[in-house]
Each structure stands twice: as C-alpha cells, then as structure tokens.
Design a protein around this ligand. Structure first.
Ligand code: ZN
Length: 246
C-alpha cells in the first residue's frame, strides 16, 4: 500500500497544493502527523482539506493551542499572535474538529505516527541522543513523526543510533530502502514551514509492500504565502522564515 505522509502543514495552502499536485495518483491513503494550523494564513482551507482527505490525523501542539486545550503562554510572541489570529478566523465547527483530533502515538497499518516523540507529543527529537531514549517505546520497527520541521529522522541498528539522510538542495527526492533488523523514526519534514534551510515543501511517500520510504521536496510559490501573511496582518517574520526555510 502507498501512503502519503504529511506533517506540520501549518495553514500554508500554496505549499500543500504543490504537494497535492506533485503526488497525484501516487498514494492510496494520507496520514498527517499534526500541526494542521498555526503560523500561516490559510487555516480554514488547509483544515478542510485535511478533514476531507486524510485517513488518519493526530494533533500537534499548534492544533492544541488553537483548539483551546493547551496554554498559549508556552508559545513565543510570533506564534501566539498567529494562534490568536487563527482562533478568530476559524469557525466553531472547525475549532471543534481540532479539539477532536486524537493524541499520538496512533497505530496505522504496521507503523505508528506521533507528533513529537512516542512518549511525549510535545517533545522535540532533533538529535540521535534524544531519539535513542525513545526507540524502546515504539511498537514495531517504523514510526513517522514531525514537530521539528526537519526532514529525515533516525534509525537504530544493533544498539547504534544514526541520522537518516536528507534530500540534497539540487535534488528532488531520496529513496530509503527499509532493512530488516533496523528500527526507523522517519520525519517527513514540514509541508508549510520547513526549518532545514530548504524552503521547498517537504513530504514522504511510503510503500509498505516494497518497504520504500521516499523523501521528497517540491517548490511552491512562497511569495504567494508571504503576500497572504502581509494581507492578513500577521508578523513579517513568518514570511521571512518561509523564504529562508528556517
Ligand atoms: Zn509544527
């Protein structure tokens, strides 16, 4: 079975649209590792697409704050401004959808998904040392996660924990063949706000029968989202970080 794995869409419709166009006909199910909204100015459009199209969705920290089930004071000023703006523009029905999203980890078809780590949905897994503590908490050899907005992830092989390769700036994709006896935590990267210095939208295609994970990047009109950020009166920093990919 072919899965499209998405995370951290963050209300960036032009980025999500580029991913949808780039993957047409290439998957049978869509899985979302959280953070549908926050930061960017098209939360309603992105949320409705997720609600209509994704087969499995778990909540992210921005979804929780906008839904009113976590404290906004944990966010920095820019994230708070965007979260308050998002609460104002979403309908009561859309906010109720965010409130209904389940906490990870969730088990899908032979793999797990979570937002931060398998033990704490709000924990950032950025380094092998942090990931190493979590491999024993996984159910099965494969999990997909987000939260850091960094495409790649980690693997554990006979006690050694390493970093998975990333797509090069000059390339479109990187294909990882999953090996037996290796455990993987795969981060598809962020659709709507990449932070690995590559502004292209990030996602993963997972072929569960052939055991292939394809990391992809697709360019989109960042300028369109930046213009929408300005039109919405959201902080300029949100556009600048999209342009630079941080
Ligand atoms: Zn996020």
């Amino acid at each position: 079975m072919q899965f499209l794995i998405l995370s951290d869409l963050h209300a960036n419709w032009p980025a999500l649209k580029a991913v949808i166009d780039d993957t047409a006909g290439q998957y049978e199910a869509i899985v979302c590792c959280g953070d549908v909204v926050g930061y960017n100015p098209q939360p309603g459009r992105v949320l409705e697409w997720v609600r209509a199209c994704c087969n499995a969705v778990i909540r992210g920290n921005h979804d929780k704050v906008v839904a009113g089930i976590d404290d906004i004071e944990w966010f920095n000023e820019v994230a708070q401004t965007a979260a308050r703006w998002t609460m104002d523009v979403l309908s009561e029905d859309q906010l109720a959808y965010l409130r209904s999203l389940q906490q990870g980890p969730a088990s899908i078809d032979g793999f797990q998904i979570w937002h931060g780590s398998p033990v704490d949905e709000d924990e950032y897994l950025t380094a092998p040392g942090e990931a190493a503590r979590c491999f024993s908490e996984m159910h099965g050899p494969l999990g997909f996660f987000g939260h850091t907005h960094l495409q790649g992830g980690f693997f554990a092989k006979h006690g050694y924990v390493g970093i998975l390769p990333q797509v090069r700036f000059s390339e479109r994709e990187y294909v990882l063949e999953l090996e037996p006896d290796v455990t993987y935590m795969v981060n598809p990267g962020s659709v709507g706000q990449p932070r690995d210095r590559d502004p292209r939208a990030a996602y993963v295609l997972f072929d569960s029968s052939r055991k292939l994970v394809t990391f992809r990047r697709v360019p989109y009109s960042v300028a369109e989202t930046v213009a929408d950020i300005q039109a919405a009166g959201l902080p300029d920093m949100l556009g600048l970080r999209l342009l630079a990919g941080f």
